[in-house]
Write a protein that binds this ligand. Structure first.
Ligand code: BTN
Length: 332
């Protein structure tokens, strides 16, 4: 499950092309000490990954659209000014930052380790889904949070992370930011970011959470076609943030939320939920993992972050997992 799935030189080549200028095949071949045919093949592979490249006779190659990469120096400068105590580890490529950081955690990685990857070739979403992280088009990282308390004391954590991410993005996006339970971040009711929180440890402590976050920055049409829901990205909204600024903004909100979570528990954090919930008070359908559909009105959360639905009978029922959608009549 480790190693490169992309050809090893592809990301360095795309980073070199990311200055927006033309580069001749010959110059790039000389720089990377490979043949021009290798450069040509790498560029073709990039195009198969949705990267659009302009080739102009006599000038060379140029990226047709901006790609984003992390400037580690910029991130370190932002982080040392804000002093949140994160330790940043960056890798060019991995299968999934959540999986790799979980391995690192089991091998003793420090509390607040952040694992950032330029590219994930097997990014994971919730409920066993894939998470598409296009090359240079999606921020993907995971944060290790260690707790003295046990796993049974971590309920509501994934909602808390959703609220932190929503706050960070709402301060920077022109479209209204909302959460779809439990923690999908929507902008203008389309999915902008996703969260996968995985916890391990002893029931009575200690325990740890690997908090994985993916944000759509620029989704090529190739990737959009493979995603089975309405999506939006930062570029489309005209949001121009460097990756370091975006990552720093999210890590800062996360640090504040986690401090509150550790000191006061999840309750004060959950108090914000109705403000952010895309479906609060609306008629929804919840499809539970067993395939059943439940119609009701979204009526907030309980203290553990479970969704409360008021059913037609008036009964208020709690749900621990499922996929929420607006009921068609209510969607009009
Ligand atoms: C979802 O909305 O289904 C959750 C998506 C979570 C994606 C992030 S990207 C970084 C981290 N590594 C993964 O494999 N998944 C999470």
């Amino acid at each position: 499950m480790s190693g490169h799935i992309l050809p090893p030189l592809l990301i360095p080549l795309l980073k070199r092309l990311s200055d927006g200028r033309f580069h001749s095949g010959q110059d790039m071949a000389r720089f990377f000490q490979v043949s021009r045919a290798t450069i040509f093949n790498l560029l073709q592979t990039a195009e198969q990954h949705g990267v659009r490249i302009h080739a102009v006779r006599g000038k060379g190659y140029r990226l047709a659209e901006r790609l984003s990469w992390l400037d580690s120096g910029e991130l370190q400068a932002l982080l040392s000014a804000s002093g949140h105590g994160y330790a940043i580890k960056t890798v060019e490529e991995t299968y999934s930052t959540n999986s790799l950081l979980t391995q690192d955690a089991l091998a003793g990685a420090a509390h607040r380790t952040v694992l950032y990857a330029d590219y994930q070739h097997a990014g994971r979403g919730r409920r066993g889904r894939e998470w598409q992280s296009p090359l240079g088009g999606g921020l993907a990282f995971s944060v290790l949070w260690r707790f003295e308390r046990g796993m049974d004391q971590l309920s509501g954590l994934s909602i808390a992370v959703g609220l932190a991410l929503a706050r960070a993005l709402a301060a920077r996006c022109p479209l209204p930011i909302k959460l779809k339970w439990p923690n999908d971040v929507l902008a203008g009711y389309r999915k902008l970011a996703g969260i996968l929180v995985e916890v391990q440890g002893e029931l009575s402590g200690p325990s740890f959470a690997v908090i994985g976050i993916g944000v759509n920055e620029h989704l090529p049409s190739l990737h959009r076609r493979e995603i089975d829901q309405a999506v939006v990205d930062l570029d489309e909204m005209g949001v121009q943030l460097s990756r370091a600024e975006l990552l720093h903004a999210i890590l800062s909100e996360l640090a504040h939320t986690m401090a509150l979570f550790e000191q006061e528990g999840v309750r004060p954090i959950l108090a914000e939920w109705p403000h952010w919930h895309a479906h609060e008070g609306r008629a929804v359908l919840l499809r539970t993992p067993d395939g059943h559909r439940h119609a009701g009105t979204a009526s907030g959360l309980d203290d553990a972050g479970n969704l409360l639905l008021t059913l037609a009978s008036g009964e208020v029922r709690k749900f621990t997992a499922g996929e929420v959608s607006l009921r068609p009549a209510a969607a009009k």
